[in-house]
Every structure is written in C-alpha cells, then in structure tokens.
Write a protein that binds this ligand. Structure first.
Ligand SMILES: [Zn+2]
Length: 136
C-alpha cells in the first residue's frame, strides 16, 4: 500500500507513534486480516483475487463494528467466515478438514461463529483443529 499521499497529523516532539495511537478497531481488523491471510497462505490459496476477498470482508466488518462496537473482538472469526463463504461461491470448500481421512472432504467450521478467540473445528468429529491464523 502506498501511504505517501496520505495526510499525516503533526506529532508532538518525541512521539514516534506507538501502537497506543492506533484505533482499537483498526488494530482488531488488522489482526483479523493477518490471521486469515496466514491461514490462506498455509493452504496455498493466497492468490491476488483471494486476498481481495479478505480486503472486501475487512471493509465490510469495519462498517459492522462501527454499528456494533461491542463486537470488535469478534471480527477475526467473522472475517474468516466471510472469506470461507466467498471461496465457497467461487472456488470450493476451504479449509478442508485434515482430521477426516475418509468420506467426502468437508470444510472446517469457525467456532464460535460470533465470539472472541475463534478456532477452526471439524464439525463431524467435534475436534478443534487450530486457532484461526494457526492452520498448518
Ligand atoms: Zn472433519
């Protein structure tokens, strides 16, 4: 991203812009983006078009958190589900369950659907596979 054209507020002397300056909503969205991208990279689906799906979701969830600030800690799980839905429409199931060796391949679910600290779960066996951002 090119930040050169962006307006920058003047800073007080000695203020190097710590993380405290960053809006917690932006921090949460940034973290959500990083976690979901890490999972996409782990499963080798981080093509440009897929990355833009993540960006679309982050943009949508920024609006969503503005409507419902209490939901700020839920955005990682929501972005993961948005991307999962977008991939299902255009490519297919993601991420495939690594636990079930037999039967039709199925996608992992995000749990909780609406809550903090989201994980990828095999819904068939009720097994937690990895935290969102922790797929291998
Ligand atoms: Zn499974």
């Amino acid at each position: 991203m090119d930040l050169s054209g962006r307006f920058r507020e003047p800073r007080a002397p000695g203020d190097n812009g710590s993380m405290d300056d960053i809006d917690p909503v932006e921090q949460a969205l940034h973290a959500a983006r990083a976690l979901v991208l890490a999972d996409l990279v782990a499963r080798e689906v981080a093509a440009a078009e897929v990355v833009s799906m993540v960006e679309e979701s982050v943009t949508h969830r920024r609006w969503w958190v503005e409507q419902w600030p209490e939901g700020v800690s839920y955005v990682a799980g929501l972005v993961a589900q948005d991307v999962q839905d977008a991939l299902l429409e255009r490519y297919g199931r993601w991420p495939l369950c690594p636990v079930c060796a037999t039967g039709d391949p199925h996608a992992l679910d995000v749990e909780p659907e609406l809550g903090p600290d989201p994980h990828w779960v095999c819904g068939k066996q009720g097994v937690v596979v990895a935290p969102v951002g922790g797929l291998k």
